[in-house]
Design a binder for this molecule. Structure first.
Ligand code: ATP
Ligand code: MG
Ligand code: FE
Length: 362
């Protein structure tokens, strides 16, 4: 089917158009620049930016794909999770289009859509496409989603009906920790790329920063699993970095930015990859998809690849434009749901900022 996908859960206004598993266009406009001076995404600003960007992005996407709204078989939209006001703009736009053009509407889960990009033939992953998703192994596909809003380990046994959340962050997302630490170090927002770059000249062993939720009371033992075995916490790490920075400043010494950045990054990446490997090994998962904006991080890519190889796990990473938030992933999952004959969502559904990952379609 020909599907229009709309994404507006955070600061990207994304419109994607797919025909089955073929990507026709993926238009993304970001309000990132407007958040820079605040050092983080301001929900109200993001919502207003979505309002401004939505219709122009829609026209641009239709033109680029050389299709009309009338030709669409359905509209798909991110129903959650995400920022409530931001989601509402996309959902309202999708409902308006669905009613005006008399098209079925699919309200879908943003997190599952991050994995759903793998349905596209040109996701950048060789051999990983709609056919691959049809024949997922019984133990499922692992997904490590690391972004500004999420840090989660999922198991996908069926992309339209069977997604399990193994672990998630209890406080900050990894990307959020990067952004906050960058601010402490006087680096610009978004902090991820800035820290990634600064860390290249630093010593990752200069400071022994804490590895959140790795103590035995959280992890448990091999025999008896603890309550947060696969979960993450980055707020203690952020505080530890703040103490170190304050110490240098109090002594009137220059903060060793590169060393702090490298040591912070190593702590984040070490614990993410360690827990992902543990989850895969214990669940018998043999293929892991890495997604989310932090998948751009050079150290995360390197250590995930290294540890996957050590554990005999196949690592797949979609091309970067499909790792970050976009409309193509929403359209791809919508196409799959429709292709499987799923009934559309009720036209009066409400966006859910905390939609659980187990709800693939609202
Ligand atoms: P969501 O969490 O809803 O998926 P988001 O907009 O917060 O949405 P993305 O757009 O996927 O997430 O990613 C943005 C995040 O990725 C930011 O926190 C940014 O700092 C981080 N990031 C980008 N490049 C890098 C990098 N090279 N290293 C580390 N983090 C990075
Ligand atoms: Mg974003
Ligand atoms: Fe996302």
């Amino acid at each position: 089917p020909l599907i229009l996908g709309i994404e507006s859960s955070c600061d990207e206004t994304g419109i994607g158009i797919v025909r089955g598993s073929t990507l026709l266009t993926n238009t993304v406009s970001s309000s990132m620049d407007e958040h820079v001076r605040f050092g983080g995404v301001i929900p109200e600003i993001a919502s207003r930016a979505h309002l401004d960007a939505m219709i122009p992005a829609l026209h641009a996407a239709l033109e680029e794909a050389n299709v009309t709204l009338d030709e669409m078989d359905a509209i798909a939209v991110t129903a959650g999770p995400g920022l409530a006001g931001a989601l509402m703009v996309g959902v309202s736009a999708a409902k308006a289009l669905a009613v005006a053009a008399n098209k079925p509407l699919y309200g879908i889960n943003h997190l599952v859509a991050h994995v759903g990009v793998g349905l596209l033939d040109d996701s950048g992953i060789e051999g990983f496409n709609a056919d691959f998703m049809d024949s997922l192994p019984k133990e499922g596909l692992g997904a490590l989603l690391v972004s500004g809003g999420h840090t989660e380990i999922l198991v996908v046994r069926d992309i339209t009906s069977d997604v399990e959340l193994l672990g998630a962050t209890l406080d900050d997302a990894a990307g959020e920790a990067y952004d906050k630490v960058a601010r402490l170090l006087g680096l610009n927002y978004p902090g991820g790329p800035a820290i990634d770059k600064a860390a290249r000249n630093g010593n990752p062993k200069a400071f022994a920063f804490p590895r959140g939720l790795t103590a035995r009371k959280y992890m448990g033992t091999d025999e008896e699993h603890g309550p947060h075995r696969y979960d993450f916490s980055f707020s203690g790490l952020k505080t530890a970095v703040a103490r170190v920075v304050e110490g240098f400043e109090a002594r009137g010494e220059e903060v060793p930015v590169a060393d702090v950045a490298a040591s912070f990054q190593e702590a984040v990446v070490d614990v993410i990859t360690r827990k992902a490997m543990l989850a895969c090994t214990e669940q018998g998962i043999k293929t892991l998809l890495l997604g989310g904006g932090v998948a751009a991080n050079s150290r995360l890519r390197e250590l995930t690849a290294q540890r996957c190889q050590e554990h005999g796990i196949k690592l797949i990473i979609p091309k970067l434009s499909l790792c970050t938030d976009n409309g193509a992933m929403v359209a791809a999952l919508g196409a799959r749901l429709m292709g499987e004959g799923r009934a559309p969502s009720a036209i009066d559904f409400v966006a859910d900022s905390s939609l659980p990952v187990t709800t693939v379609q609202i």
